[in-house]
Structures are given as C-alpha cells and as structure tokens.
Design a protein around this ligand. Structure first.
Ligand SMILES: Nc1ncnc2c1ncn2[C@@H]1O[C@H](COP(=O)(O)OP(=O)(O)OP(=O)(O)O)[C@@H](O)[C@H]1O
Ligand SMILES: [Mg+2]
Length: 383
C-alpha cells in the first residue's frame, strides 16, 4: 500500500530510469535540424570528425548524442526510416551494456545501428550476433546501407567461408554473424599455432540479437570442438562392451525423499547420463578398477558417461549420420550436418526446443573476451 503510494508520487524505477535518459534523447533531437541541412558528403565527414575527437581523448559517451543523431539522419536518407525516440532509448541502453527488451516488430534491427556505429568508431571492431545465417546476411545488407553511407565497412561471417574470407569479415569495422560461427571461430583460433592464421582480431563490443535464445536456450549446450586424439581409443572399446550390461533407471520421489533405481539415469532435457551409486559399483567391478571417482579414473568415468550417452541418447539419422564410415553430427538447432573438414571438427548439440527471447542481456559470450561486450536481444515471444 505504502509502496504503491510512493510509486505514484515518484514513479517506478523503470520510469525514473527512462527519465534519466531523456536529456540524451533531447540532445539527439536538438541536433536534427542542423544535420538535415548537411549534404551527404558533409554528413559522411562526421565519422572522421568523431574519430578525431576520440583520438584527442574524447570519451565514447561524449560522442553518443552526435553519433546517434548522425546515424538517424543517415538512416532517414538511405532507408527512409527515422529512428523513433523509443528506438534512441533502446540504443542508449544497449550502449550502456544493458538489456533492452523490445517487442516483436518494434524495430530492434534499426536500434542496433546506433550503438554499433558509435562503438565501431573506436576502430577495434563491433560484432552483431544473430541466431541464423539468414538474419546475419539480411541485417548486414539492410543496415549495411547506413554504415557504408557513413564510411564504415561491414562483413558477414557465414557458414562455409574460408579462413581468408573470415579474416576479411572480422577485419571489417562491423561484423555480423551467428553465435555458432563466432563461437567456433574463437575456439578454432585458440588451436592455431600462429597469430597470422587466427581469424578474429579481438572482442571489443558486441550486440546479441535474440539474447534469450542465444545466451540461455542455446547456451545450455556447449560448442564442442574436436580434433584427433593422441590417446589410445582402446579404453572406449573396453567401456563400450560393458555399457549394455548397465540398466537404465529412474529418479523417483517418495514424499521429500528422492531416490534412484537402476545403474544410470538419463536426462533427456540436458542430454546427459549419470551413473547411480549402484551403477558406479557395477562399473568398478566389471572393469576391475578401484574407486571410479578417484582422480586416476577420471578418464574412465568420462568414457562411461560418453558411452551411456552414445547408447541411450544419440539416435542414428537423428542426432548423427554415418557417411563413408565416419560419424557426422547433425546440429539439432539448424538441422545442418557438421562434417569433419580440414581443420578441427566443429560439433554442436543444440537444445531441440528453440525459443525466441524477449529481453537483452549483457554478457561475455566468449570465455576469454578481452574487453567490453554488450549484448542485446531483439526478439520477443512469437505470437
Ligand atoms: N523508425 C522506423 N521507421 C519506419 N519503419 C521502421 C522503423 N523501425 C522499424 N521499422 C520497420 O519495422 C519492421 C520491423 O523491424 P524489425 O524486423 O527490426 O523488428 P524486430 O523488433 O527486430 O522484430 P522481431 O522481434 O520480429 O525480430 C521493419 O519492417 C522495419 O522496416
Ligand atoms: Mg529482429
């Protein structure tokens, strides 16, 4: 009751947050008449001017209003779309590294151009992460008209590109690509032997579209990169023989007490299999080893868990195919085959249930991101 009354007088936190951003929106609006009167060349020259100010020590935040106003005017001239005030607010929030939740059709693609242009001015690259190749290409071509008009080049990282093409795309001032491509490029780069063969050039700033989908749903299943193992595969053959002797059980509940039956439990949702206490004892006996959970037996435990997953969770022609005597993983999310190529094999397993998201989140999608990464989501729950 009291809190309701306080909210009525002072407004909710949301209202106050928006109010705090209003002066910036006003500053952007105030620049509009001046920018409208500039020629195309004069408008384009503002990119160079902003960069000079950065070189002289100005802060990106100081450049926000003029940069956003420049993008709005360029968008009006190239795409015939003038960013609405609410889109400016979304852009400011994303630049601040926060979540901006906007509904379907509110124009999140256009919102992203504001902080992307501003952060790309620093010359260290800006990434826009999308959920699929189609959106990466569409948005890069569509929004690329604004960036190119303002003198910035745009790259798209797509499935099937060579390393050379990837280097070019990452070398652009603005790079669009899917979380899969960007994530795997990061992993592959970590396996390269020379700096010159790496395709990415650092992680300065990123906006993530459909962030719920990318950072929650899809993030549940890791990107796995595999290469030829130096270890003998004998252990797997040995473990493979005992897997059929293990009995699948269930997790049951008796009031508050949880208990398990059988030798192992499968969790279809997370796509994992785990031994029960009885199962662990049985494996130890069948393999004639001591405590399975001792450090020295960790690789055996790993092989058992993988064996259980292979036998009980991975179905041929659904999760994987056999081609020329080789296993080819099927990306459940895209349905695309992930064949072994010249480099390490990129394999990914995706949550089967694909959801769209309704909010944006700040995060570091790469484990060793060197600098700031901002995320944004630009999709709401589908109708
Ligand atoms: N400022 C604007 N002026 C005119 N049209 C606009 C503006 N902003 C967005 N639009 C139009 O709104 C439509 C939806 O934009 P967009 O696809 O970016 O939405 P979205 O928020 O990303 O939606 P979804 O959640 O479906 O991905 C597009 O056709 C776009 O051209
Ligand atoms: Mg969208």
């Amino acid at each position: 009751m009291i809190s309701k009354a306080i909210t009525r007088v002072f407004g909710s936190k949301h209202d106050r947050d928006l109010k705090r951003l209003q002066p910036l929106v006003d500053a952007i609006n105030a620049l509009e008449p001046e920018l409208e009167s500039l020629s195309d060349d004069q408008l384009r020259a503002r990119t160079g001017e902003a960069r000079s100010r950065l070189d002289q020590g100005a802060d990106l935040d100081d450049l926000l209003a003029p940069a956003f106003a420049t993008v709005r005017e360029a968008s009006r001239r190239t795409l015939g779309m003038r960013h609405y005030d609410v889109q400016l607010l979304g852009g400011i929030v994303l630049h601040q590294g926060k979540i901006a939740e906007m509904k379907t059709g509110e124009g999140k693609t256009l919102v992203a151009t504001l902080p992307v242009y501003l952060n790309a001015l620093a010359g260290q690259g800006a990434h826009v992460v999308t959920v699929n190749d189609y959106l990466a290409r569409r948005d890069a071509e569509w929004m690329g008209q604004i960036y190119r008009f303002l003198g910035l080049d745009v790259g798209v990282v797509q499935h099937g590109l060579t390393d050379r093409e990837r280097q070019q795309a990452y070398g652009a001032e603005i790079t669009y690509g899917t979380n899969n491509e960007l994530g795997f490029d990061y992993l592959r780069d970590n396996m390269k032997f020379t700096l010159g063969s790496m395709v990415q050039r650092g992680h300065h700033f990123a906006i993530v579209d459909e962030v719920d989908s990318i950072l929650i749903d899809e993030a549940r299943t890791p990107l796995i990169i595999s290469g030829p193992s130096e270890q003998s595969t004998e252990k797997y053959t040995l473990v493979n023989r005992i897997i059929p002797k293990l009995e699948r059980g269930e997790e049951l509940r008796d009031g508050d007490r949880k208990y398990t039956t059988g030798d192992f439990i499968c969790d279809e949702k997370t796509h994992t299999a785990n031994l029960t206490d009885e199962g662990a004892a049985k494996v130890e006996k069948l393999l004639g080893i001591g405590n399975l959970y001792e450090m020295e037996n960790m690789d055996v435990l790993h092989a058992v868990n993988q064996g259980l997953r292979a036998h009980h969770l991975y179905r041929r022609d659904v999760e994987y195919l056999m081609e020329n005597g080789q296993v080819v993983i099927v990306d459940e999310f895209t349905g695309r085959k992930m064949p072994a190529d010249a480099g390490p094999t990129a394999c990914t397993r995706r949550s089967r249930q694909r959801k769209a998201c309704g909010s944006n989140a700040r995060t570091r999608p790469w484990p060793r991101s060197r600098s700031r990464t901002t995320s944004a989501c630009t999709r709401s729950w589908p109708a």
